[in-house]
Design a protein around this ligand. Structure first.
Ligand code: NAD
Ligand code: UDP
Length: 339
């Protein structure tokens, strides 16, 4: 029996590559479109080593409307998982045009191609960053949306566009997934997060300190109104997140209209707790220094994750220890990422 084809934009990236593994294991055929601006073609070989199936990669930019329209006509995907986008908050502040162009214009180009091809099932990668500094935690999907940077704005704009599309045309089936903090790697250690240059995020930075590539971690503030003074986030194993996409895909295939869901664990973990968990996983100390707060940071952010459990029957199953263990396995096997 042939596998339903799923177009995976950004499929060679961090989350997209893990989603490809889960799609294949669930009986789908991922077809990747990626411009490789933040990823490597080697990923498809690694996915093949894990699953026995190598996804086809089309090296194309989503903003190349003609090429995307041609691709959609050719492969006729049953659905699209739309991961492709730029995601560095600081860079989005210094270069907003690039972010709006890539994330918003790229999505418009993709949606036009999918609409013209009659392929109207889509799962979109949004982010908890749309909530900005929340009034209360845990954060439900009904909380106000007020992003504090251009990256978050691009997510809000695309979310709104997708809602407008569903309102205008009932043939669209759309899941908007607001991820909290994905970390870790596939348990094989063959795929993982490979940031270029200095990591912006906590866990990849800790991983490089553990590997001896960086001297120490800077903890951005220990005077936050949290139990130990360091920032609190909702860290989620990337394989749980990838499995959440398969659940959201199945739901979207069966149900018209829009659905907006948080994907997180609902548990807050502080920077200092993460350091201790990573030390246990890698067996060495993570040297750290307390530094000033990072501009734009917030104290605490974690999900009310109940809607995803109710609607999709999905909930994360991997522990904080597993997130650190799998991150370390990937980092120690691939000290320079995919290079
Ligand atoms: P990533 O950078 O590893 O993957 C994104 C992929 O998209 C890359 O392979 C990149 O080359 C590709 N890409 C970017 N612009 C493109 C374009 N115009 N055309 C074709 N390909 C393009 O990032 P990730 O961490 O895997 O994130 C995937 C999605 O999830 C992004 O939309 C991101 O905003 C969102 N998200 C990520 C996080 C996180 O912490 N990683 C949290 C919330 C939401
Ligand atoms: N953080 C830190 N040092 C770093 C990177 C991050 O102390 O080098 C803190 C940051 O202030 C926040 C938490 O770790 O409290 C998670 O940061 P990350 O950038 O990974 O996620 P986000 O803040 O975007 O949710």
């Amino acid at each position: 029996m042939s596998r339903p084809r799923i177009l995976v934009t950004g499929g060679t990236g961090y989350i997209g590559s893990h989603a490809c593994v889960c799609l294949i294991e669930a009986g789908f055929e991922p077809v990747i479109v990626d411009n490789l601006s933040n990823s490597s073609r080697i990923v498809t070989e690694r996915v093949a080593r894990i699953t026995g199936f190598q996804p086809v990669l089309h090296e194309t930019d989503l903003r190349d409307s003609e090429a995307i329209a041609r691709l959609v006509r050719e492969i006729r995907p049953a659905a699209t998982l739309h991961f492709a986008g730029l995601k560095a908050v600081g860079e989005s502040v210094s270069d907003p045009l690039r972010y709006y162009d890539n994330n918003v214009c790229g999505t418009v180009s993709l949606l036009q191609a999918l609409d013209a091809g009659g392929c109207r099932v889509l799962v979109f990668s949004s982010s908890a960053t749309v909530y900005g500094d929340p009034d209360t935690v845990p954060i439900p999907e009904t909380a106000p949306v007020r992003p504090t940077n251009p990256y978050g704005q691009t997510k809000v704009i695309v979310e709104k566009l997708l809602l407008d599309l569903c309102a205008a045309d009932p043939r669209w089936h759309v899941s908007i997934l607001r991820y909290f903090n994905p970390v870790g790697a596939h348990e094989s250690g063959l795929i993982g997060e490979a940031p270029r240059g200095t990591p912006n995020n906590l866990v990849p930075y800790i991983a490089q300190v553990a590997a001896g590539k960086r001297a120490h971690l800077s903890v951005f503030g220990d005077d936050w109104p949290t139990a130990d003074g360091s920032g609190v986030r909702d860290y989620l194993h990337v394989m749980d997140l990838a499995e959440g996409h398969v659940a959201a895909l199945r739901h979207a295939l069966a149900n018209p209209g829009p659905l907006t869901l948080n994907l997180g664990t609902g548990q807050g973990v502080s920077v200092k707790e993460m350091i201790r968990a990573y030390e246990a996983a890698c067996g060495s100390q993570i040297p750290f220094r307390i530094s000033p707060r990072r501009p734009g940071d917030i104290a605490t952010c974690y999900a009310d994750a109940s809607r995803a459990r109710e609607v999709l029957g999905w909930q994360p199953r991997r522990s904080l220890a597993a997130m650190c263990k799998d991150s370390w396995h990937w980092q120690s096997n691939n000290p320079d990422g995919y290079q």
